[in-house]
Design a protein around this ligand. Structure first.
Ligand code: PLP
Length: 407
């Protein structure tokens, strides 16, 4: 039977300490041992089921990690206090001084800044490439390369990575393929396509209520044990630990992810088709006009759709700002960064989430000034939302009444 991530989450049935339908929240930073010998073994990392100290792991974090590992089809997972708190230890664990990373050039601005400005201080260099061109990716690999890094669907340009193709390259050159799956939870299962490690910012769709930051690394038991190692594990030593209370609340939200993703995707598809028909330059992987539409289709778990993210280009930053302010005024959503919220969020990535990327590089990768990134919400009546959005576009002159594009 085909792998279905939502079934894997559903099949997990946890009981609380007192028979509660939710697992009990662990409210301790440290744990007692009945025998000193067990404490020693736990330090050595070989006493399963015993907890040492909550920066290492906690029962609540393990429940959430287990559910996310089930979702991604990995042996296990380690949750972190933020997406960056998951991504940065992975890269630092896999690379040491002198090593090299080949990364997609269209990735989240924070990850880009980490690879461009921070890791060179440790003599870890990164080549940024067009990830959609496998020959370009392969040409960038050197004998020092240890990691191939990409996002399944990239932020903010919605480029789609050929995970199977990249995984073949990774195997051929003995590299680890690390995939950030934040934009496409459930829709794409990177490990099933050959990725070695999957990371998420839980802050986005997985938590879905924009009330916390969080992250996760999904991988083999061996790799997660390395990250948590008390002597040289990057997760353990850099200390980006999720709080147990948060782990418990994210786990509850994860239980409704499949319903939410279907609605996000349905609404985004509806709007993308309408915007495109209106003549707006629209990018959405569900549109046949998207250069990687067929690739996404070949990789996806179809029932969850093409995700909730789309972009339109309204020609200039001024128009983008005007439109976003008006849409916010009409209660259509919020002018805010981030994604995966129940209300629609919009931002102009060039001046916000991707501002870490220098202007000339933005231009080269097609990140134009007038680009608006939408994270489409869970609106019940998306036809009504569209009508109001269209009125806003007409009001500021991005669309004319006759649906002829003016910019
Ligand atoms: C694709 C992607 N990965 C990682 C991150 C970083 O996650 P966090 O903000 O939870 O640290 C973000 C945040 O916007 C993101 O969009």
């Amino acid at each position: 039977m085909k792998f279905n991530p939502a079934d894997k989450i559903q099949d997990l049935q946890y009981f609380g300490e007192f028979g509660g339908v939710n697992p009990s929240i662990s409210d301790s930073s440290t744990y007692t041992f009945l025998s000193a010998k067990t404490m020693f073994d736990t330090f050595e990392g070989n006493a399963d089921g015993c907890y040492l100290y909550s920066r290492h792991t906690s029962p609540s974090n393990l429940y959430l990690g287990e559910a996310l590992a089930a979702m991604e089809g990995t042996e296990t997972a380690n949750v972190a206090a933020s997406g960056m708190g998951a991504i940065t230890p992975v890269l630092l664990q896999l690379c040491e001084a002198g090593d090299h990373i080949v990364s997609s050039r269209t990735i989240y601005g924070g990850t880009y800044a980490f690879l461009k400005n921070f890791t060179p201080k440790m003599n870890i260099q990164t080549s940024f490439v067009d990830i959609t061109k496998l020959d370009v990716v392969e040409a960038a690999i050197t004998e020092d390369t240890k990691v191939l890094y990409c996002e399944s669907v990239s932020n903010p340009l919605l480029e789609v990575a050929d995970i199977k193709g990249l995984s073949e390259l990774a195997k051929k050159h003995n590299l680890k393929l690390v995939v950030d799956n934040t934009f496409s939870p459930l829709s794409i299962s990177p490990v099933k396509l050959g990725a070695d490690v999957v990371v998420h910012s839980l802050t986005k769709f997985i938590n879905g209520s924009s009330d916390t930051v969080g992250g996760v690394v999904c991988g083999t038991q061996e790799f997660i044990d390395q990250l948590r190692n008390v002597n040289d594990g990057a997760s353990m030593l850099l200390g980006s630990t999720m709080d147990s209370m948060r782990a418990a609340s994210v786990l509850k939200n994860l239980r409704t992810l499949h319903i939410r993703m279907k609605q996000h995707s349905k609404n985004a598809m509806y709007l993308a088709k309408k915007f495109e028909a209106d003549g707006l330059k629209t990018v959405y992987p569900g549109l046949t006009s998207h250069s990687s539409h067929e690739l996404f289709k070949s990789m996806m778990n179809p029932e969850y759709g093409y995700g909730g993210m789309l972009t339109i280009d309204v020609g200039s930053l001024e128009k983008a700002n005007e439109l976003m302010e008006l849409m916010q005024h009409k209660n259509l959503g919020y002018l805010a960064v981030s994604l995966g919220f129940y209300k629609t969020l919009f931002s102009a990535p060039g001046s916000s989430t991707s501002s870490e990327i220098p202007e000339e590089e933005q231009a080269e990768m097609g990140l134009s000034d007038g680009l608006i990134r939408f994270s489409i919400g869970l609106d019940n009546n998306i036809e009504r939302t569209y009508e109001i959005m269209r009125e806003c576009m007409i009001e500021i002159g991005v669309l004319s009444k006759e649906e002829v594009i003016l910019v």
